[in-house]
Design a protein around this ligand. Structure first.
Ligand code: NAG
Ligand code: NAG
Length: 194
């Protein structure tokens, strides 16, 4: 009975995700950091081990990523680009698993860390007309009442983080205030097709 219930639940889950499947895969690309901090400028991001089957986005290494979108969805902001899933293929001895990126939050901080994990959850990102990675939001609560309309944000930083291991990684800062982690340096993340 338990197995039957589980089977039904996963069939339902498949049916739901089937509606907006992010299965249109881009050409492979690297993510290159542009920064006023010349030590970081021009460095490509690499997937780095944070835990079992979990990778962060470390400064250096230069891994290849893909961008998965849905053929049913259009960009709501033409300049900022269509939203989708940043993916990394974790390759083992006898497997290759396409993993989605999601931001992992710490309730005590305004600095979130992107991780690739064996999960269906992802944080939607987009690439604008200049190939700059952004995150879009429909609600702007810096004004009252909340303003609406899709806007792109570019709140990327390179920081010393610990999401399993102590590394220099890409991070995302929530809201308009500076990161509370004093090591963070402002960057742009640029997609460069390989
Ligand atoms: C990305 O798209 C490819 C091609 O459809 C698919 O094989 C892969 O599983 C997708 N990855 C994710 C994380 O959705
Ligand atoms: C960063 O690199 C870009 C291109 O590689 C270059 O045009 C720019 O001048 C560099 N900026 C700094 C501050 O080094």
């Amino acid at each position: 009975m338990q197995y039957l219930a589980f089977g039904l639940a996963s069939m339902l889950a498949l049916a739901t995700t089937g509606l907006a499947q992010n299965d249109v895969q881009s050409h492979p690309f690297q993510l290159v950091v542009h920064s006023h901090h010349h030590k970081h400028n021009g460095t490509a991001l690499g997937a780095c081990h944070e835990g079992a089957g979990i990778e962060g986005l470390c400064l250096g290494g230069g891994s290849t990523f893909h961008f998965n979108t849905s053929k049913n969805e259009e960009a709501t902001n033409e300049f900022a680009g269509k939203t989708g899933v940043l993916t990394y293929s974790l390759v083992g001895g006898n497997f290759a698993e396409s993993q989605p990126m999601r931001l992992v939050y710490n309730d005590a901080s305004n600095v979130a860390v992107p991780l690739f994990e064996p999960s269906a959850d992802y944080t939607a990102v987009a690439f604008d007309k200049h190939n700059r990675m952004n995150i879009q939001s429909y609600y702007d609560d810096t004004v009252v009442p909340v303003a609406t309309g899709t806007k792109a944000y570019y709140r990327w930083y390179v920081c010393e983080t610990d999401a399993g291991e102590e590394y220099t990684t890409l991070a995302w800062v929530m809201g308009e205030f500076p990161p509370q982690n004093p090591s963070c340096r402002r960057v742009q993340v640029i997609r460069e097709f390989v």
